[in-house]
Design a protein around this ligand. Structure first.
Ligand code: GDP
Ligand code: MG
Length: 407
């Protein structure tokens, strides 16, 4: 699938500042009289003011705003390439007209708030990293009829709350064509989703499409070309306080392949998942096996005569992947693509209701001796787990609905 390219960060505000600073120093080295001294002092005052305003996330500093048609994959200047990690934050926009089943708030409000939290707590201080928001171009084919178009006004409302960030809206299929397992009719999938023909009923087609999306389809989109890492966040995710470290820089410094916040457990279709993935996951000729990860996510059922003959079972333990950071190249490897093919052939997502977090557990098992970390200190909240019956203070709702009057 070919996706449109997106905008790039070519020069950071810091770079422009350095360039100005160098020019200023060159001027200062010339002999100066008293009037020049005054000008120099004035310049220093202006520069100090600008640095001060940088550290205050409430001040509307627009960094690196570039026109949306410039190319994200444009080679960056050497300087930026070495100073800012090549990373991107990705969110899937919720169905445009959906309400949260937990606290009866429009999920569109969640999305605005989530993007705002990324803007304030990450991008105001680090990066800034591009934010990609995926929206369904086939929204009219959502079987639950909850999706709809994200209008120019909707997009502007999200962007209005993200003044430090460049946002790219990317249209993808969610309910048709590439979103579906190949060689299966829509009618068959809908029957499975209703629990017919041996299917496991439960979440609708769109939700299962989301699970398949995060299991390797998204990571193979052209839009991630040129990026080493991505961070997933959802519309119902929030960064809850300023980050005191750059998560992407930490990821690089520790030479990681995957980082997540906590673990959970799910059981939908895990037997079918294990049947499909075991030959990949426990295959020492395909990849190095990491004993620690294996013991973390699998249960030993028979020790065997030596370690390679040991038998394992999968009981559903998983990284809770609504927030995670991962290297892009893992998901593009032939090893992982062959898992993706097998998952599709066995209809894991649409027939057996397999979830993406369980699939990520399998992925971790295939990451060999590369380093994986659980970041307990990552300041992140997810709606259904952390926000209880409410979604933030009452004002949040008013704030979201309030400035949409007259729409
Ligand atoms: N466009 C679209 N997005 C979906 C659909 N189902 C889930 N999502 C998105 O997928 C992410 C995870 O969904 P969520 O309902 O929060 O699932 P949970 O956190 O696993 O309970 C969120 O960003 C949702 O907006 C769907 O049918 N269509
Ligand atoms: Mg959620």
């Amino acid at each position: 699938m070919t996706l449109q390219s997106m905008s790039a960060f070519n020069f950071s505000r810091r770079d422009i500042w350095h360039r100005n600073f160098k020019q200023w120093r060159r001027k200062c080295s010339r002999p100066t009289g008293r009037p020049h001294l005054f000008l120099v002092l004035l310049l220093v005052a202006v520069l100090l003011y600008r640095i001060g305003s940088d550290s205050n996330s409430e001040v509307p500093v627009i960094r690196n705003k570039v026109s949306s048609d410039s190319n994200l994959r444009t080679p960056r200047s050497q300087k930026v390439a070495t100073s800012i990690p090549q990373a991107v934050v990705v969110l899937l926009a919720p169905q445009r007209n959906a309400n949260s089943m937990w606290n009866n708030v429009e999920r569109f409000c969640f999305l605005r708030r989530a993007v705002r939290s990324i803007d304030r707590h990450l991008n105001a201080k680090f990066g800034p990293y591009p934010i990609v928001i995926l929206v369904a171009k086939d929204h009219d084919q959502d079987p639950t009829h909850q999706d709809g178009a994200y209008t120019a006004r909707d997009r502007a409302l999200v962007e209005e709350w993200a003044i430090h960030s460049t946002i790219q809206w990317q249209e993808i299929e969610m309910y048709s064509k590439d979103a579906l397992e190949p060689d299966v009719s829509l009618n068959q999938i809908l029957a499975w989703r209703r629990g017919e023909d041996g299917g496991q009923e439960g979440r609708p087609l769109g939700y299962q499409s989301m699970c398949r999306l995060w299991s390797g389809r998204l990571q193979n989109f052209d839009i991630l070309d040129g990026f080493d890492m991505y961070m997933r966040l959802d519309d119902d995710s929030l960064l809850v306080s300023d980050l005191d470290y750059d998560p992407f820089q930490r990821f690089i410094d520790r030479n990681l392949i995957y980082a997540y916040r906590r673990q959970a457990s799910d059981h939908w279709g895990i037997q079918e998942l294990w049947k499909v993935t075991e030959p990949h996951v426990l295959n020492p000729t395909v990849q190095k096996i990491n004993a620690a990860t294996r013991l973390e996510f699998l249960q030993l059922t028979s020790p065997g005569s030596d370690n390679d003959k040991a038998e394992y079972q999968y009981d559903g333990k998983q990284p809770y992947n609504n927030f995670h950071i991962s290297r892009v190249d893992f998901w593009r490897s032939p090893q992982w693509k062959s898992v993706m093919d097998d998952m599709d052939k066995n209809h894991l997502f649409f027939k057996h209701r397999v979830g993406d977090a369980n699939v990520h557990a399998m992925a971790l098992l295939m990451m060999g001796d590369q380093l994986i970390e659980q970041w307990d200190d990552f300041p992140y909240a997810h709606n259904s787990n952390d926000m209880g019956g409410e979604w933030g203070p009452k004002e949040w709702k008013e704030e979201c609905y309030g400035n949409r009057k007259g729409m």
